[in-house]
Design a binder for this molecule. Structure first.
Ligand code: FES
Ligand code: FES
Length: 174
């Protein structure tokens, strides 16, 4: 066993892990964060996606011992996250989930895509989610939800910029 210290969802943890344990096993079995799902366990389905130092990462494909000193965010850590909040609402409205098994990984990756670019088109969303397997939905609802979230965030950003400009103008001397 080896002792590692890592930050998970803004809490520090020092835990003993076997060198062969994946990060997915560490968060699920050692920390009880079972929102990270395990499907294929070899990097093919995307169900286990978490954020490692701000990058969407397949937790079955990285060893826990490789995460010494790193910052991990799992789906449980996005409870109060504003981007995840927008995504959750649109997933609900667009019927983007059925059994929900793929959903934590889809949300983690969709959030990653939105943080990198709000100006996503359908092709970019489909490409971004292409490593995620959903056995239920046929994907259209998921793609529509991410596009709707991107539009909402783009609009919010445009409104904020406009308000800032108006504020600037109103403070000019007449
Ligand atoms: S369980 Fe990790 S990619 Fe499928
Ligand atoms: S909603 Fe069932 S696997 Fe995607």
């Amino acid at each position: 066993m080896m002792t590692i210290t890592l930050q998970v969802n803004n809490s520090h943890h020092t835990i003993s892990v076997a060198p062969r344990e994946s990060l997915a096993d560490v968060v699920r079995e050692r920390l009880g964060l079972t929102g990270t799902h395990l499907g294929c366990e070899h990097g093919a389905c995307g169900a286990c996606t978490v954020s490692v130092d701000g990058n969407a990462t397949r937790a079955c494909n990285i060893l826990g011992v490789m995460c010494e000193g790193r910052s991990i965010v799992t789906i449980e850590g996005l409870r109060d996250d504003p981007v995840a909040d927008v995504l959750r609402r649109h997933f609900h409205e667009q019927h983007a989930l059925q059994c929900g098994f793929c959903t934590p990984g889809m949300l983690m990756m969709a959030r990653d895509l939105l943080l990198r670019s709000h100006e996503l088109d359908e092709s970019a969303v489909r490409k971004g989610l292409s490593g995620h397997i959903c056995r239920c939905t046929g994907y259209s609802g998921i793609v529509n939800a991410v596009l709707a979230a991107a539009r909402e965030m783009q609009l919010a950003k445009a409104t904020q910029t406009r308000n800032e400009m108006l504020l600037d103008t109103s403070s000019l001397p007449v």
